[in-house]
Design a protein around this ligand. Structure first.
Ligand code: KIV
Length: 271
């Protein structure tokens, strides 16, 4: 059965929520066990080769969302509203609906109290919203651990409560100290999804390229690498190149041939 927003909310305190990013059909098909596929604007870095998420456009996010939808996954699909796509209530609603049309079940946007009205407007228009607090890659000057000081922690907890009041169905906490992530998780009734925010969140999200060991430009401390796929891919590609150069590929099993009599006929015709 396809996962719904209600299913995700009900999982709080019962069962940990698993989230992985997804940007294409093939990989999404392989991730059917995860509860949520996040079509993150991290696509800008891992798929499009940008230095950060700030060059990602609505057209990019629509294309990635369509690809993920085409996998016919049972996971809930949540797509990031990219930077500059939710500057006011009208643009946020229009762009959220475009993402839903492309296949998203919900959207995610970054920010605290300053985006509360926008979240409420999108939610009231019928599109479920996931919040995102802590490190906010669309506006951060540098990537650093958040809520290390008590006044920052107080403000983060306040933001989480305001987002909950605005109607988000869950909140991503990015690079928040684990103590504060735990406090936020206890302070709200909706699930928190941590990335670099410790074990006490209601769920965890990782960028799939980090988790598979495919992305070499940045290796965040919090991203557990379950595979070292970049080495595997490089080795496979090197073997392919060597095989072609040394005429070991293709072999008979990869080759199509004419019937013997057809070949003889052809040879007679072309002499
Ligand atoms: O864009 C993304 O992948 C994200 C996650 C890091 C939470 O927002």
């Amino acid at each position: 059965m396809p996962k719904t927003v209600s299913n995700i909310i009900e999982m709080k305190s019962r069962e940990k929520i698993t989230v992985l990013t997804g940007y294409d059909s093939t990989m999404t098909t392989l991730c059917d066990k995860v509860d949520v596929i996040l079509v993150g604007d991290s696509a800008g870095m891992v798929m499009l080769g940008y230095d950060d998420t700030r060059d990602v456009t609505m057209d990019d996010m629509i294309r990635f969302t369509t690809a993920v939808r085409n996998a016919k996954t049972n996971s809930l699909i949540v797509t990031d509203l990219p930077i500059n796509s939710y500057e006011n209530e009208d643009s946020a609603i229009t762009n959220s609906k475009r993402l839903v049309e492309a296949g998203a079940h919900a959207v995610k946007l970054e920010g605290g109290k300053e985006v509360a009205k926008i979240i409420k407007a999108v939610k009231d228009s019928g599109v479920p919203v996931m919040g995102h607090l802590g490190l906010l890659p669309q506006t951060a000057e540098k990537y650093s651990v958040q809520a290390k000081k008590s006044e920052d922690a107080v403000s983060l907890i306040e933001d989480a409560k305001i987002l909950e009041g605005s109607g988000v169905f869950s909140i991503v906490l990015e690079m928040v100290t684990s103590d504060v992530a735990e406090l936020v998780t206890k302070a709200v009734k909706i699930p928190t999804i941590g990335i670099g925010s410790g074990i006490n969140c209601d769920g965890q999200v990782l960028v799939i390229h980090d988790m598979l060991g495919m992305f070499e430009k940045i290796k965040p401390k919090f991203a557990k690498r379950y595979l070292n796929l970049s080495d595997e891919i490089r080795n496979a590609v090197n073997s392919y190149v060597k095989d072609v150069k040394e005429e070991r590929f293709p072999e008979q099993e990869h080759t199509f041939s004419m019937e013997k009599d057809e070949l003889e006929k052809l040879e007679k015709e072309i002499v």
